[in-house]
Design a protein around this ligand. Structure first.
Ligand code: NAD
Ligand code: SF4
Length: 440
């Protein structure tokens, strides 16, 4: 048997797991093991329901995207399926690159057939005959397991011209990224698959209408797709009863930083940040939580005294933060927050594709300012510039990278009081001068 997945799953084998239930308990290379553990029952039910029935169940389940943006999956599938001009495509976004995110890697390494089965159901629902799985280049083991899963599924008639004798034709091609974070942006994936530079395209038009090769395309994250299996098995309404009204189902959280047992945790929506940190054994004796970065580099900091924030989409929103893709990076009282911010800023500067000015220049200016602070410059004096650059990136960048590149810095200023607290007066001045077109 293969070694265990490359990221820790501290509660592997827990009877409470839904998404992780096979991870660490079945051989990820064996289709027989997968089937013995309930695999392909969801696809059989989907084929009985028909495409419209599958979309109805997914809509009833309340499932929203787990890549970070939480868009309703049923709505996305419905919008793709109803486009008159095909061919329709499905893309599984497995280019998981948000710093601190490793949930999709664990699923792909530890339960690869579930990803292939879920893609087949999604393809059936949206009317696609071909699905692309776009995987991060740095995930060689996950790639190997998925290639094996696709080959075995083809061999056994679970992919190909007549899936399970139903008359439905569907196949999957795997494409590998080459290390660019931006290639996880859904429209940049299209360019990468089509043979162009992986650069984001403006939205709208959304991929449901004009996606891969200009055709209707449903793009779904790995974890989102894997949730479709329990939805098929338990039905949409029963799935919707798990979690909270606004955030249904189970969720994977990637815990890293100062906790005793970092790794991947599965919890139904509704637990608080404190519950999750306690599930990970809390912090070592004598250490306290200084801050938590929620949602990764594109996310936002919360303070150590805000651990009662519910880990739901609505709870995070109400608290002025985000769950993003489920990153929970715990920074203890010894962590150097300025150094963390410099690292985040360097990441965005490095990963900007350079296509649009606010992001290409803004990420450089942001890093420069933070480097000056870290070298001892007056932080409060840098804040107005950071705000101006941040606002320009947020308002005028083409894609999510530029739009979120200032989130962590903004939250460090406003929430953590890192550079002398919120500099509202300076912020208002900038807003006014921007509105008047009075820019230096
Ligand atoms: P987005 O809000 O633009 O879109 C989310 C999804 O909904 C997309 O698939 C989009 O096509 C679809 N959509 C939105 N409006 C639609 C409409 N009116 N009709 C049809 N479809 C519609 O967000 P995004 O830029 O795709 O993603 C941003 C998120 O990605 C951030 O939250 C960030 O946390 C996350 N992210 C995740 C990773 C990772 O590794 N998982 C990496 C980087 C960023
Ligand atoms: Fe490229 Fe940044 Fe513009 Fe996105 S925002 S298109 S990453 S330059």
């Amino acid at each position: 048997p293969e070694p265990a997945p490359s990221a820790a799953v501290p509660d592997a084998g827990s009877p409470d797991h839904v998404l992780l239930r096979r991870v660490g308990t079945v051989d990820p290379l064996s289709l027989d093991d997968y089937r013995a553990a309930g695999g392909y029952a969801a696809l059989r039910r989907a084929l009985r329901l028909g495409p419209a029935g599958v979309i109805r169940e997914v809509s009833d389940s309340g499932l929203v995207g787990r890549g970070g943006a939480a868009f309703p999956t049923g709505r996305k599938w419905q919008a793709t399926a109803q486009q008159p001009d095909g061919p329709h495509y499905l893309v599984c976004n497995a280019d998981e690159s948000e710093p601190g995110t490793f949930k999709d890697r664990v699923l792909m390494e530890g339960d690869p057939f579930s990803v292939i089965e879920a893609m087949t159901i999604a393809g059936y629902a949206v009317g696609a005959r071909l699905g692309f799985l776009y995987i991060r280049g740095e995930y060689p083991r996950a790639l190997r397991h998925l290639e094996n899963a696709v080959a075995l599924a083809r061999e056994r008639g679970l992919l190909g011209p007549d899936v399970l004798g139903s008359g439905f034709a569907f196949d999957i091609e795997i494409r590998r990224g080459a290390g660019a974070y931006i290639c996880g942006e859904e429209t940049a994936i299209f360019g990468s698959i089509e043979g162009y530079r992986g650069e984001p395209r403006t939205k709208p038009p959304f991929p449901v209408e004009k996606g891969l090769f200009g055709k209707p395309t449903a793009v779904n994250n790995v974890e989102t797709l894997v949730n479709v299996l329990p939805i098929m098995l338990m039905g949409g309404p029963a799935y919707a009863a798990v979690g909270t009204g606004g955030s249904t189902g189970p969720k994977l959280f990637c815990l890293s930083g100062g906790v005793r047992r970092p790794g991947l945790y599965e919890l139904p929506f509704g637990a608080t940040l404190r519950d999750l940190i306690e599930a990970a054994g809390g912090l070592p004796e004598g250490r306290t939580v200084q801050a938590v970065l929620l949602g990764g580099a594109a996310g936002a900091f919360v303070r150590g005294d805000e651990l009662d924030i519910p880990l739901t989409f609505e709870g995070a929103r109400a608290a002025g933060t985000t769950l993003g893709s489920g990153v929970v990076l715990v920074l203890d009282d010894t962590a150097d927050l300025v150094a963390t911010l410099v690292r985040v800023a360097a990441f965005f500067r490095d990963e900007s594709c350079g296509q649009c000015v606010p992001c290409r220049v803004g990420t450089v200016r942001q890093e420069e300012s933070l480097l000056r602070i870290s070298a001892g410059a007056d932080a409060a004096a840098e804040v107005p510039l950071l705000r101006e650059v941040g606002r320009a990136m947020k308002d005028a960048s083409i894609c999510g990278l530029g739009q979120t590149a200032w989130n962590a810095v903004e939250s460090a200023i406003d929430r953590l009081d890192l550079f002398g607290g919120p500099d509202r007066a300076a912020s208002d001045d900038i807003q006014q001068s921007t509105a008047a077109g009075d820019r230096a």
